[in-house]
Design a protein around this ligand. Structure first.
Ligand code: SF4
Length: 490
C-alpha cells in the first residue's frame, strides 16, 4: 500500500473521533481500502438515535448554513468549519447542529454553541473532545468565545440535555490529541490492535483486524483475556497464544500474584484455552453429564429473547419445541416455532400470561436458553406482575442455561463462547448473513415505523422472526453436540 504524505491529508472531526476510539481505526480510515469495511446495523441504530434526538431538540425546522446564522435561527445545521492554522494542518469539522445562546458575535447580539448527541448513558472523552474541537473552530468562525457545549440524548424519560464546560484543560487535551493523531497518521504501518478488543465488535474494520489478530496469535483471541490481563501477560514476556500455551501454570500463577491477581485455576484455564485454540481440538474439563435434565423427558422448549437495551424492553420472545422420539432421538425436522411480540412495556402483563401458557402447554419440558438473559428477564417480569413464588420457582427450575453448561464442561477452540461463536464453530449458519442483535433491533424499529400493510413492514417482521428462530435452533445445535459428546465420554 503506498501511503501519501500526511501533509496532503485533512484532519477532520470524524478522524479525531475514530482515533479517540482506537488509534488503529483512524489510520485504517485514511489508508485502508474502504471496500474492506463492513456495514454494521449498530451504525444505523446510532444514526436513528441521533436523528430522533436532534428532532426532539430542535422543535422547529433548523436554519441552514451561514444564512441560518445571519438570520439568527434558533438552531442551525449544515455548517462546515475550517482552519489551516492548527499545527500547520488543515482541520475541518461538521458540527451536527449549532444552538443559539446569549452573547455577541459577528452575527449579532447572540452567538452559537455546538451540540453533540450522546450515545449511551455517559458523556465520554470522545463527546468532550469533539465538542472542544467544534467550539475551538466555532470561536474563529463567529469571532466570539464559547464556554460550553451541549450533549443531548433522547431517552425513554424524554430529552436529556447536559452542559459540557469547554475548559482550558479540555482545550489542552484537544491539542495533545490532535498532535498525537498526526504522529500516528505519519506512521508507515498501522498502530497495533486495540488491547480492548470488545470495541472491535462495533467497528467497521473488524474483519480486517480479526484476520490480523488470528495471524499474529494475538492474546486478545483467547477468551478471558481482556486489556488488563493482556498488559500483565506482555509485561512478563508472554506476547502471543503460542507463548501462552507453552507457559507453565505455576510460573504464570506466581507472576499473576506479583500483580495482585494470583489464581491457580485462572492460569491453568488460560494456558489450556490457548492450547485448545492452537490445536483446534476441544477439551472436556468435567466428566459429569452435561445435560442430565434431558434424559427422561418427552421434549424440550428452546427460548430466546430479542431486546432493546436502551429502552429496557424485551420486544420478542421466541420458542421452539422439539419432541423426543427415542432414547437418543429428537424430532428436529418437525420443530414448532412460536413467538410473542411485545409492542411496549405496557403490554408486558399480557406477554407474561402468553409465555406462561406456552410453558404450560409443555408441562415439565426443560426450557433451554443460551446465557442468563432469558432466566433473569422472565424472573423480573414475573415478580413485577406478582406471580406467586411457588409458581415462579416451578417454572424457573425448568430453565437450563446451555452457555453455562458449555463453560463448565468444555474448552472449545473458539475466541468467543457466545451463541454465534460456538454455533458457527459447529457449522451452523444463520439463514441471513451478518446478522446480530443490533440488526434484529433495527428490523424491529423499522417494522414499528412502517405502515401495517406495506411490503417493507411485512418483510422486516419476517426477517426478525427468522433471525430469532435461528437463534433458537443454534441453541439446540449446541445442546445436541453436548448430548452427543456426553455419550462418547461415557
Ligand atoms: S477492529 Fe478493533 S483494532 Fe481494528 S480498528 Fe476497529 S477497534 Fe481498532
Amino acid at each position: 500500500m503506498s501511503i501519501p504524505p500526511i501533509e496532503s491529508k485533512i484532519i477532520t472531526d470524524r478522524l479525531l473521533s475514530s482515533w479517540i476510539r482506537c488509534k488503529r481505526k483512524a489510520w485504517l480510515d485514511v489508508y485502508e481500502n474502504k471496500e474492506r469495511k463492513i456495514w454494521l446495523a449498530h451504525r444505523s441504530l446510532q444514526l436513528d438515535h441521533q436523528y430522533k434526538s436532534l428532532k426532539a431538540f430542535s422543535c422547529t425546522k433548523p436554519g441552514y448554513g451561514i444564512k441560518g446564522c445571519l438570520k439568527g435561527e434558533e438552531n442551525v445545521v449544515g455548517i462546515r468549519l475550517k482552519t489551516s492554522n492548527f499545527f500547520n494542518h488543515h482541520i475541518e469539522a461538521h458540527p451536527l447542529i449549532l444552538h443559539k445562546t446569549k452573547g455577541n458575535s459577528c452575527f449579532g447580539n447572540f452567538k452559537y454553541q455546538p451540540v453533540i448527541v450522546r450515545q449511551g448513558r455517559r458523556i465520554t472523552r470522545n463527546h468532550r473532545l469533539s465538542l472542544a474541537l467544534w467550539g475551538h473552530l466555532l470561536e474563529q468562525f463567529q469571532q466570539s468565545s464559547i464556554d460550553e457545549g451541549l450533549a443531548i440524548s433522547l431517552t425513554k424519560n424524554g430529552l436529556e440535555i447536559d452542559k459540557v464546560f469547554l475548559s482550558k484543560k479540555l482545550h489542552q487535551q484537544l491539542l495533545n490529541s490532535i498532535n498525537k493523531l498526526i504522529i500516528d497518521l505519519d506512521k508507515k504501518d498501522p498502530p497495533s490492535l486495540t488491547s480492548d478488543r470488545k470495541k472491535c465488535v462495533l467497528c467497521p474494520w473488524n474483519k480486517v483486524c480479526n484476520k490480523k489478530a488470528l495471524e499474529e496469535g494475538h492474546l486478545s483471541e483467547i477468551n478471558g483475556i481482556g486489556s488488563k490481563r493482556q498488559e500483565i501477560l506482555q509485561s512478563i514476556g508472554i506476547n502471543n497464544i503460542t507463548e501462552l500455551a507453552k507457559a507453565k501454570s505455576i510460573f504464570l500463577s506466581d507472576k499473576l500474584d506479583t500483580f495482585g491477581g494470583k489464581n491457580d485455576m485462572l492460569s491453568h484455564q488460560l494456558i489450556n484455552q490457548a492450547k485448545v485454540q492452537l490445536s483446534s481440538i476441544p477439551k472436556r474439563i468435567n466428566t459429569n453429564p452435561v445435560l442430565p435434565e434431558l434424559s427422561n423427558v418427552p421434549g424440550v422448549i428452546i427460548y430466546d429473547i430479542e431486546s432493546d437495551p436502551d429502552a429496557n424492553h424485551d420486544f420478542l420472545h421466541g420458542f421452539i419445541s422439539i419432541r423426543k422420539t427415542g432414547i437418543r432421538n429428537w424430532d428436529v425436522d418437525n420443530f414448532n416455532y412460536n413467538n410473542i411480540l411485545t409492542i411496549s412495556n405496557k403490554d408486558e402483563k399480557d406477554t407474561l400470561f402468553e409465555i406462561y401458557k406456552q410453558f404450560n402447554n409443555f408441562n415439565s419440558w426443560p426450557i433451554l436458553h443460551y446465557g442468563e438473559t432469558e432466566y433473569l428477564s422472565f424472573q423480573k417480569m414475573a415478580k413485577r406482575h406478582g406471580m406467586p413464588d411457588l409458581e415462579l420457582n416451578s417454572i424457573q427450575n425448568r430453565f437450563v442455561d446451555v452457555h453455562e453448561r458449555v463453560r463448565k464442561h468444555w474448552l472449545l477452540p473458539v475466541n468467543s463462547y457466545g451463541l454465534k461463536g460456538v454455533a458457527q464453530w459447529l457449522g451452523f449458519k444463520w439463514d441471513q448473513k451478518n446478522v446480530d442483535g443490533a440488526q434484529a433491533l433495527l428490523w424491529w424499529r423499522q417494522w414499528r415505523s412502517t405502515q401495517n400493510n406495506s411490503i417493507v413492514h411485512k418483510a422486516n417482521l419476517k426477517k426478525l422472526l427468522r433471525y430469532n428462530q435461528d437463534d433458537c435452533i443454534a441453541t439446540w445445535v449446541i445442546a445436541q453436540w453436548l448430548l452427543n459428546n456426553d455419550r462418547e465420554h461415557k
